[in-house]
Every structure is written in structure tokens, then in C-alpha cells.
Ligand binder design. Structure first.
Ligand SMILES: *Cc1c(COP(=O)(O)O)cnc(C)c1O
Length: 397
């Protein structure tokens, strides 16, 4: 970590991003699928130049996201036959009538979440010759968290009734199904795809494209990438559809850290340290999912410390709890069995801080906002963006 830059900052590593990109590109090459970056996970457009050569475009969950993808992710030539043109997909849980024309001005495809939204806006999409899709809900999923489970009971995410879907087939050319969340099991993915085929097979056979969403953790080192590619290729040939994938986390997994400085240490039954960032404000996803941040480095030393496994730690009274500086009592990055006790001034980099972090950051407690720092492919360091009091003030009135 560059020591001269004031903390806190998010540090993005372009080489690590490109390593993920190469895996995605290989999967696409072997399977024929097209990959779109899910902007809701990661939208730090300062690194899009190194990502876009490997991906086919972006997908979105709002007007702002579809516009950002259109404006920042490579070539958006109006010429649909332009080989290098990136695709910009639009999706939202619910569009409002006053934004739909602007959404369509950026979109190459639009996917509606419900049949009522489809009926409300298909005319406007048709007038602009924009292909239309519908989100399907297969009522099964691979997600270990109920809050992130699109197939949770009474889910609003997509249509499930095959008769109703069959009745609108003339209005759509494709569907989107997103029902995985960090699923690292090929077998589980394949089984749930088989379930989708059982449920919707005759619908799929009448379409031109099927997006299978994100949440497939195929960048794990031991993931059977070739098997996944074959499964996707067979699927695409069986139904004669173009398959899309929408990787968010897989695009940037392991490619970012949040670099902080220890401001204070205390002792209360265990060693305590307070850093100059906040889990609630800067890595909110971990708080929501009740997870802890891995440590990627302490001072100059690159290490890989996972949060202490209480079952395995012999003397937990020597553990260190690292807290954020907001006043939330549970603003905790994690509890760790560290090689040395932390000192004021120590720099701690928390790992895997690229996805679902910068897109969720907020000004809770007025805590200073981490800068965005990029380690470029050539090794140079850019302080891409800094935030100050004026940004905080402007966000409130
Ligand atoms: C969240 C989401 C994604 C990206 O999911 P990851 O788990 O980050 O890969 C893709 N598509 C849709 C529709 C989503 O909601």
C-alpha cells in the first residue's frame, strides 16, 4: 500500500481486475455467452478502461446506472453492426413513467420486472426498436441469505406463472433470471438451471436471448470453469438462445482494499483498536450480512488474516477487535488473532473491498469519506478522487 497517501482510501488494483476479466473472457470464449458488468456491485468508472476490452457491456438496476454504463463503458456507437459496440442493458424493479424515455435513450435492451410494467412501457420500447425482456422468477435459488434471495417467499422479483408468461411471449425476445448469490458450486448452479429448464423450457425455446444473471462464483481458483462453459454452451444450443451473464462480484473479487489507520487502542476484556473508517459507512454490506472483513495487509506487510475462528482460537482474550470510528456500538470490522498488538498509527488494509462497498458508501456520522486510489496496470498510483467537507455538506441540503 502506498504509504504517503492519507487514509482512509479505497485502493483498486487494475492488475487484479484484469486477472478476473481474463477468466470471464475465457468463459465467454468457451461458452459463447456474453458478459455484462452488473453496475450495482461496482461502478467505479475510473477503471472501466481496463475492463471493457474483456466484457460485452453493462447491466443496470436504475436510470442512473443505465446512463452511467452508456456514458462510461466503452464504445456506444449507434451502429448496431459495429463489432466493438458495447451493450447497455436496462433493468429496474420498477420504472416510473417519467423516466422510461430517458432509460430507452441509453438502452440496447430493456428488461421489465413484471408483466404490468411490460404492458405499461412495451409501446415506448417498440417505438424505438429496443428489444424487450421480462424477468422470470423460478422460485428456487442458490442464496444463503434471505435478504438477498430473489426466490424468498412472496418475492417481487420477476414473474413465475408460466401461463401468464406464455401469454406475453409475442411482446418479448428474451428473459432474465437471476437466482444465484456467490454460488461457488457448479453442481448447485447446474441443478438449478435444470430446474429452470423443467419449469420454463418451452418458453425458453421461443426466445432469442436468456440472461442468467450474476452470483456465479466462477473466479474461485478451484471452480470447474470448463464444465460451466460446456453447460452454458449446451443450454444455449438446446434452446437456440444467446446467453448473457451479469457478473458483479466475480468481476472485481479480491481487487480492492480499504486502507485505514489505527487512531486509538483500548482494552476491555480483549484488545480493541479503532481505525479512521467505518464499517457502516464504507463496507456496509458486511454489516448487513453480519460478516467480517479479511485483513490484506498491516503496515508494509502483505498478509492474509481471516477473522478469528473462535472455535479454533485457543486464547480468545488475546484477540483484537477492530472497530470503526462511527458511534454505532457494533461498528466492527472483525475480531482477529493478530501476530502483534496494534499500535496507534499502524496501517490496516481490509481486503475484498471493491464490490458492494463504494456503491453503498454514505456519510453516517459525518465520517470522512475514503478517497479512491487506483494502482494502474503499469504500477503507477493515481489518487483518482478525494472527498471533503463540501461533498458531505452538499449531500444533505
Ligand atoms: C445483483 C445482480 C447481479 C450481480 O450479482 P453478483 O452476485 O454481484 O454477481 C446481476 N444481475 C442482477 C439482476 C442482479 O440483481
Amino acid at each position: 500500500m502506498p504509504t504517503s497517501i492519507p487514509t482512509p482510501y479505497y485502493l483498486l488494483d487494475e492488475a487484479a481486475i484484469v486477472a478476473n476479466m481474463q477468466i470471464i473472457a475465457r468463459l465467454c470464449e468457451l461458452s459463447g455467452a456474453k458478459a455484462l458488468l452488473a453496475l450495482k456491485c461496482f461502478a467505479t468508472w475510473g477503471v472501466f478502461d481496463v475492463m471493457q476490452p474483456y466484457l460485452h457491456g453493462t447491466t443496470s438496476s436504475s436510470l442512473n446506472e443505465v446512463r452511467l454504463g452508456y456514458e462510461t463503458f466503452g464504445n456506444n456507437s449507434a451502429d448496431k453492426n459495429d463489432e466493438d459496440k458495447k451493450e447497455t442493458h436496462a433493468y429496474s424493479v420498477a420504472y416510473s413513467a417519467d423516466e422510461i424515455d430517458e432509460v430507452l435513450s441509453y438502452a440496447d435492451k430493456i428488461i421489465f420486472n413484471s408483466i404490468s410494467q411490460l404492458n405499461a412501457f412495451k409501446g415506448q420500447a417498440g417505438a424505438k426498436n429496443i428489444p424487450v425482456g421480462l424477468r422470470l422468477n423460478p422460485k428456487t435459488s442458490n442464496s444463503s441469505f434471505i435478504i438477498a434471495d430473489p426466490a424468498r417467499p412472496f418475492s417481487r422479483l420477476g414473474e413465475h406463472d408460466k401461463d401468464k408468461i406464455a401469454a406475453v411471449l409475442a411482446d418479448i425476445t428474451g428473459v432474465m433470471i437471476h437466482n444465484n448469490c456467490e454460488n461457488d458450486s457448479f453442481e448447485a448452479f447446474s441443478d438449478s438451471l435444470a430446474d429452470i429448464e423443467d419449469r420454463f423450457g418451452d418458453v425458453l425455446a421461443q426466445l432469442e436471448w436468456v440472461s442468467l444473471g450474476g452470483g456465479i462464483h466462477f473466479i474461485a481458483p478451484d471452480y470447474p470453469l470448463e464444465k460451466l462453459a460446456t453447460r452454458l454452451k449446451d443450454f444455449s444450443e438446446k434452446y437456440d438462445v444467446q446467453v448473457y451473464l451479469e457478473p458483479g462480484e466475480a468481476s472485481i473479487h479480491g481487487a480492492g482494499s480499504l486502507v485505514t489507520t489505527v487512531l486509538d487502542t483500548m482494552h476491555n476484556g480483549k484488545n480493541l483498536a479503532v481505525v479512521d473508517a467505518s464499517i457502516e459507512a464504507h463496507m456496509l454490506d458486511l454489516l448487513i450480512y453480519r460478516e467480517s472483513a479479511p485483513i490484506a495487509a498491516i503496515n508494509e506487510e502483505l498478509i492474509d488474516i481471516v477473522p478469528a475462528d473462535m472455535a479454533k482460537t485457543v486464547d480468545i482474550s488475546d484477540n483484537t477487535i477492530i472497530y470503526g470510528r462511527s458511534c454505532l456500538a457494533g461498528d466492527i470490522f472483525g475480531e482477529y488473532a493478530l501476530p502483534n498488538h496494534l499500535q496507534v498509527g499502524d496501517k490496516i488494509a481490509f481486503g475484498n473491498a471493491a464490490g458492494y462497498t463504494m456503491v453503498k458508501k454514505n456519510w453516517f456520522n459525518g465520517v470522512n469519506m475514503p478517497a479512491i486510489v487506483i494502482r494502474r496496470l503499469d504500477g503507477s498510483i493515481d489518487v483518482q478522487r478525494e472527498f471533503d467537507y463540501q461533498d458531505y455538506k452538499a449531500s444533505l441540503s
